[in-house]
Design a protein. Structure first.
Length: 195
């Protein structure tokens, strides 16, 4: 698949089939991720591949985090909400949790370490699309909660940057639009010319 085609046609796919994904395919995605640009070659990424019952702790943690904000978690309505949250970890046969593990290189800026991991995630999403997989990058407040760091055994400076849900698409590919780049681009021709 042409890289420009992949960039333009990749979409977040939130509904996938329960069919398993073979390990060889998953390793291709992880390999693609590791070729992302990273300043000073710090390679500040870490991946956790969740399959089968390995997804259950994520679901429980999502529910625990939500439970903290509930006035009465034991109400029938809230118990249903919490169960639904736990089940969210089973919406895809594979979830790859991606974390940033910042380097102790004093020249490495934290924002660049995060940017490198985000680039690794984009590589993974494009590779998944090229291999016929559906994927969606999920984040949100729970992603950055201390309990999530604890679940994945992350140290102080490390943090989860997202969950990549993967599977074979169970919905038709959607079309999308983007604002033309010209509306968000400034061409600088000299030190006084902005247009």
């Amino acid at each position: 698949m042409d890289v420009f085609e992949a960039i333009k046609n990749r979409r977040s796919i939130g509904r996938v089939k329960p069919d398993p994904i073979d390990k060889e395919t998953i390793t291709k995605l992880l390999e693609a991720a590791t070729w992302a640009p990273n300043h000073y070659n710090t390679e500040p990424w870490k991946f956790f591949v969740l399959t089968e019952d390995g997804r259950r702790p994520l679901g429980r943690t999502l529910a625990e985090i939500t439970k903290e904000a509930m006035e009465d978690p034991s109400s029938e309505e809230n118990e249903k909400k919490l169960k639904k949250l736990e089940d969210k970890a089973f919406r895809a046969p594979v979830i790859i949790t991606v974390a940033v593990t910042p380097s102790d290189n004093p020249k490495a800026e934290h924002i660049e370490e995060v940017g490198a991991v985000n680039a690794a995630i984009q590589n993974m999403l494009l590779a998944a699309h090229a291999l016929g997989l559906g994927s969606i990058w999920r984040t949100g407040k729970a992603c950055y909660h201390p309990k999530m760091k604890e679940l994945f055994g992350l140290a102080d400076k490390e943090e989860v940057l997202g969950f990549i849900y993967l599977g074979y698409p169970d919905i038709p590919q959607r079309q999308s639009k983007r604002t033309p780049f010209g509306e968000k681009t400034v061409w600088v021709h000299s030190d006084r010319s902005y247009c």
